[in-house]
Design a protein around this ligand. Structure first.
Ligand code: ADP
Length: 310
């Protein structure tokens, strides 16, 4: 592969992680898209090919194109790129399908330009892609894709992203019932106001989770994986949510909640054997309920987007 072309793995991500609506996220291993980005003589960006899913080739409508256009706007020079996307994360699955493309595209372009932009700037460009997908420039999927591991969006204005440590034995399990929920639609069901009582519970849990990640305190991580604000409302849209949650907790999960805007459900667990037990319990539950699904068991991906060597 020449220095004018790069092939990358763009990881799936879990946003919100129960108590961190719009601010917390983590990157997965093994589940993700592949993307080839090439320098061209033609200024701007074009999407040459998309395999795996039917998505817009128009760069203004594809999140990868929109994110690169935001980067090129800020770039001091002339440059042009073409992109090929092998889409393996289904759009509307709740594991950051659009974020993988938006983050991957700007990460690859930055590499081909000799890294003029910081990770934080790349997050800001990728957020412009997310805006095309859901109408909201959220960063909780693109930040972990770009930084790897767990990330906290401490502030949106100004943008401030904090990379958090990932305990070594932490695994994520994701089950995706085969229905599509658009982020834009699942945002509509959320209330704009919360009570002080709920706020106190939520920021207690968010701080507890962050402390648990730093101290590798798996029990504290588990106790903190609660969501009193979004989950009670959004879980109604997800088939068998309560059954999956009960089964995964009985199988030893530290906690279980909605991945991003759903319908995927995630659980965290300590050690690979526990993670396999949790995955089996989730599968069994959906088989009994006759719900079709995909399931992924993954370590936390501390690298984020990476080059695929050929
Ligand atoms: P997810 O949370 O899985 O990313 P979203 O509902 O946020 O799902 O985003 C999917 C929407 O973004 C779809 O309407 C899809 O057509 C649009 N989209 C545009 N470009 C892409 C892309 N490269 N990858 C995924 N979705 C894209």
């Amino acid at each position: 592969m020449s220095k004018d072309e790069i092939k990358i793995f763009c990881p799936a991500t879990i946003a919100n992680v129960s108590c961190g609506f719009d601010v917390l996220g983590l990157a997965l291993d093994g589940v993700g898209d592949e993307m080839v980005v090439r320098k061209t003589d033609q200024r701007g960006v074009s999407i040459k090919k998309i395999t795996g899913q039917d998505l817009p080739l128009d760069p203004q409508k594809n999140v990868a194109g929109a994110a690169v256009l935001a980067l090129l706007d800020a770039y001091d020079g002339d440059a042009g790129f073409e992109i090929e996307i092998d889409k393996r994360i289904k759009p509307g699955s709740g594991i950051g399908s659009s974020a993988a493309s938006a983050a991957g595209a700007v990460w690859a372009v930055n590499q081909l330009l000799g890294n003029p932009f910081t990770k934080l700037q790349l997050v800001a460009f990728a957020m412009q892609g997310e805006k095309v997908a859901s109408g909201v420039a959220h960063a909780d999927n693109v930040a972990p894709a770009i930084y790897g591991g767990f990330t906290l969006v401490r502030s949106y204005h100004p943008l401030d992203v904090v990379a958090l440590p990932s305990p070594k034995e932490l695994y994520a399990i994701v089950i995706h019932p085969q229905i599509e929920i658009k982020t834009a639609d699942s945002r509509k069901v959320i209330k704009a106001n919360i009570s002080l009582e709920k706020g106190i519970k939520q920021w207690g849990n968010l701080a507890g989770l962050v402390a648990g990640l730093f101290t590798e305190d798996y029990d504290l991580i588990g106790r903190s994986l609660e969501d009193h604000i979004i989950e009670p409302i959004r879980s109604i849209l997800i088939p068998g949510f309560d059954d999956i949650k009960a089964a995964s907790m009985a199988a030893g999960a530290l906690g279980c909640g909605i991945s991003g805007s759903g319908p995927s459900i995630f659980a965290l667990s300590k050690r690979s054997d526990k993670a396999q037990n949790v995955a089996a319990a989730m599968k069994d539950t959906y088989q009994k309920l006759n719900v079709d699904f995909d399931v992924h068991v993954s370590k936390i991906n501390i690298e984020g987007i990476k080059v695929i060597k050929k």
